[in-house]
Write a protein that binds this ligand. Structure first.
Ligand code: PRP
Length: 177
């Protein structure tokens, strides 16, 4: 775990507190609603997703959507590639789309367009991290955990060259090239 120097940016405790907060808001929002589907955007959001859905107190189905544009590197390739499509139609369902990070916003914007084209009854977006200074497109976000600067971050699902996804906190990589 010490190939690169990491410094903690957001602690495990801060993340978990924020998740309870967002989970409460989503629970209130979805009270009495049926046909709720929570979509995990692989790979990065698997950890946030699994913690957040446990903080949402309503019946929901789980779906997984695989997309990639960074391919383990620091910069987005700018092209979003589907690596795994949804298993079931979301037409007529209340969809909660869960991302780990909105950086340039290209992925979230692509996902919103893609899911809206499948005619869900409603769509709510949640991201743990947002880099307002890096956005290249306007994105509608309903729930944002933390706004951060333009630093490259890893941990809690996010990787650099495939590593660090298993850290329970968000860290900044200090000595990357
Ligand atoms: C990361 C992250 C988001 C996306 C955000 O995915 O999980 O999906 O980048 O960046 P953007 O706002 O600039 O589009 P990545 O392509 O690294 O794939 P991964 O989740 O499999 O690591």
């Amino acid at each position: 775990m010490d190939k690169f120097n990491l410094s903690t940016l957001i602690t495990e405790k801060q993340i978990q507190e924020k998740i309870l907060e967002i989970g409460k808001k989503i629970t209130q929002q979805y009270q009495g609603k049926e046909d709720v589907v929570a979509i995990c955007v692989l790979k990065g959001s698997f950890m946030f997703y699994s913690d957040l859905i446990r903080a949402i107190d309503c019946d929901l189905a789980c779906e997984f959507f695989g997309v990639a544009s960074y391919h383990g590197e620091i910069k987005s390739s700018g092209e979003v590639k589907i690596t795994l499509d949804l298993n079931h139609p979301v037409e007529g369902k209340h969809v909660i789309l869960i991302e780990d990070i909105v950086d340039t916003g290209l992925t979230m914007s692509y996902l919103i367009k893609n899911i809206k084209a499948r005619h869900p009854k409603s769509l709510t977006t949640a991201t743990l991290l947002l880099k307002p200074g890096a956005l290249k497109t306007k994105v509608d976000l309903d729930h944002v955990g933390f706004e951060i600067g333009n630093e490259f971050v890893v941990g809690y699902g996010l990787d650099y060259q495939g590593l660090y996804r298993n850290l329970p906190f968000i860290a900044q990589v200090q000595n990357m090239n």
